[in-house]
Design a protein around this ligand. Structure first.
Ligand code: NAP
Length: 176
């Protein structure tokens, strides 16, 4: 098997109380009130950095419903034990180990890791090197969290914080 040459990156929007979606997957709270475009929030520049993406099946289900595919030609792996798809924009991988092997074999360099459970899996495995967290100024109380149990503390190095229009606060951290 090829060796790993890639680093994982997280770029994600969350409520101040740490959620990335409501329990029913609604994202209405995420853009509510903000006039910031994704480009202003740095998503376009971030996508220029990455060559591969891994997302969980739940995130794929939601992104598919957007109408517009936001990832251009970036190679997208969907992590799922259940998904049956003929969608030529993605490749399904059945386990974390298969995802890692595929990225290694592909010679990936910068991998966008997305979806709560998926991010937690890659974080716990030590495969995330940057976190860009955009905290939207709202508390939603219940929902799907970004973070959860980890085997040991993960020290973060603060790189940058900026305030976006509408009061969202974007912070970049490095790990390791
Ligand atoms: N706020 C934001 O910026 C943002 C960004 C991304 C996502 N989201 C939202 O977050 C929600 C989804 O997050 P989520 O935490 O529910 O999960 P997720 O990571 O997107 O998807 C979880 C699913 O991925 C598969 N999976 C994950 N890890 C796996 C593993 N190690 N092995 C095999 N399969 C694995 C499983 O699919 P199967 O059940 O098919 O096996 C699992 O049910 C959605 O509502 C999405 O819109 C928000």
């Amino acid at each position: 098997m090829a060796e790993r040459k890639w680093q994982g990156h997280v770029f994600i929007g969350m409520s101040v109380d740490g959620m990335i979606a409501r329990t029913d997957d609604d994202l209405d709270w995420l853009t509510g009130g903000s006039e910031e475009t994704p480009e202003d929030a740095g998503f376009t520049a971030f996508m220029e950095l990455v060559d591969h993406m891994v997302m969980g099946r739940s995130t794929y289900d939601i992104v598919q419903s957007f109408g517009e595919w936001p990832y251009g030609d970036t190679k997208v792996l969907v992590l799922s034990t259940t998904l049956k798809t003929g969608d030529s924009r993605v490749e399904v991988v059945r386990s974390f180990e298969e995802a890692v092997a595929r990225l290694n074999d592909d010679g990936a360099r910068h991998v966008y890791v997305d979806g709560g459970r998926t991010v937690r899996t890659f974080l716990a495995a030590g495969l995330i090197s940057t976190l860009t967290l955009t905290r939207v100024p709202v508390l939603i109380g219940e929902g799907k969290p970004l973070f959860g149990a980890i085997p040991a503390d993960i020290p973060l190095r603060h790189l940058e914080t900026r305030t976006l229009n509408g009061g969202a606060v974007q912070t970049r951290y490095a790990i390791g």
